[in-house]
Design a protein around this ligand. Structure first.
Ligand code: SF4
Length: 338
């Protein structure tokens, strides 16, 4: 294992408690005056500001348009209703057969492990998800296991949320042990932004259960900009791979954050250098409050076409959109120049 330095000083639980929750504090950390940032009282009341310090440390001080800052900064523009943008853009309510479980695709199920995250991303497609109705008590995991057992075609479980890595490793270990008892299951996928915003989340306790499980473990990170990737993230990825896991990334095209050829090329290059393969680049799900981040699909196709002209194929993420009711993600071809 690559050395995990000074674990006590960088304990992820400590980082969580130290996360920034107010605009004046965020402004002070970035040497910005509060007047340079939107007051956004309504938007903050609707979806609170939450950003861990290791993520803030990767923002450029003095830049109110920093691409990492823009992802977490509330703006009252979120409160303006936009036609076609809804609270449940993926119709997940239609595929929620029982508490804590979303079953959209034939051979995999998604478990809503928790409603909490380490960071509140303003464009999140689950920012209005009824987590309160889906919070699984420890004993309710039994019903998740029973559901999977009754659906023998399911061979992969996706832990999602919220952020599944907000759970303690003792809980994760227990859930994984229950899944392992189902011979039909081959893979465990974990969708998480935590190792990006708090890299110390990839600690010894987590690596232990990843190493020990019989399931193939796939981590799908969520990073949208090259500036999010640093050496601490690369160390975590190296340790996960040494423990036998695969590490992929999925991102979202966000206006003003990464909707340029340079930003996309740099992101793929940075991911690969950190040991992560770019997997999907989604267009924004039409979530209420996120419309100002969206770009038309035709623009996204042109953008990814230009990206494809600069990168080898294995570094070009698949441009995709989730369209409710379809049996798989819908892929869009990059539009190449004539
Ligand atoms: S679920 Fe993911 S995208 Fe949504 S707020 Fe949490 S970390 Fe951000």
């Amino acid at each position: 294992m690559i050395k995990i330095e000074n674990q006590a000083a960088t304990d992820w639980r400590h980082e969580l408690t130290q996360a920034i929750r107010t605009l004046p504090e965020l402004a002070a950390q970035l040497a910005l005056s509060p007047a340079q940032l939107p007051a956004a009282e309504q938007a903050t009341a609707a979806f609170r500001l939450l950003v861990p310090r290791p993520f803030v440390a990767r923002m450029q001080p003095g830049d109110p348009n920093d691409p990492l800052l823009r992802q977490v900064l509330a703006d009252d523009i979120e409160m303006q209703p936009t036609a076609g943008y809804t609270t449940d853009p993926l119709d997940e309510g239609e595929h929620n057969p029982q508490k804590g479980l979303v079953h959209k695709y034939e051979r995999r199920v998604l478990v809503i492990t928790t409603g909490t995250c380490a960071v509140n991303c303003r464009y999140c497609f689950r920012r209005h998800f009824p987590y309160g109705d889906n919070q699984l008590a420890q004993k309710e995991w039994d019903s998740v296991v029973a559901y999977i057992q009754n659906h023998p075609e399911v061979n992969e479980v996706i832990l999602s949320g919220g952020d599944p890595l907000m759970l303690k490793d003792s809980q994760l270990r227990q859930h994984v042990a229950a899944m392992e008892q189902l011979p039909q299951l081959k893979r465990l996928r974990i969708h998480s932004r935590l190792p990006v915003v708090i890299p110390s989340r990839i600690d010894r306790e987590l690596l232990d259960w990843v190493r020990q499980t019989r399931l193939d473990v796939v981590f799908v990170y969520h990073a949208n900009h090259a500036n999010e990737i640093d050496d601490d993230i690369a160390t975590g990825v190296a340790n996960l791979k040494q423990a036998g896991a695969t590490v992929l990334n999925q991102g979202v095209i966000l206006k003003g954050v990464n909707d340029s050829v340079t930003a996309q090329v740099e992101l793929s290059e940075a991911l690969f250098a950190a040991g992560i393969l770019p997997y999907y680049m989604f267009t924004l799900d039409p979530i209420e409050g996120g419309a100002h981040f969206d770009i038309p699909i035709s623009e996204a196709q042109q953008l990814m076409g230009k990206v494809a002209e600069k990168l080898p194929g294995y570094l070009v993420p698949r441009l995709a959109k989730e369209i409710p009711g379809r049996p798989a993600k819908t892929l869009f071809s990059p539009k190449l120049s004539d």
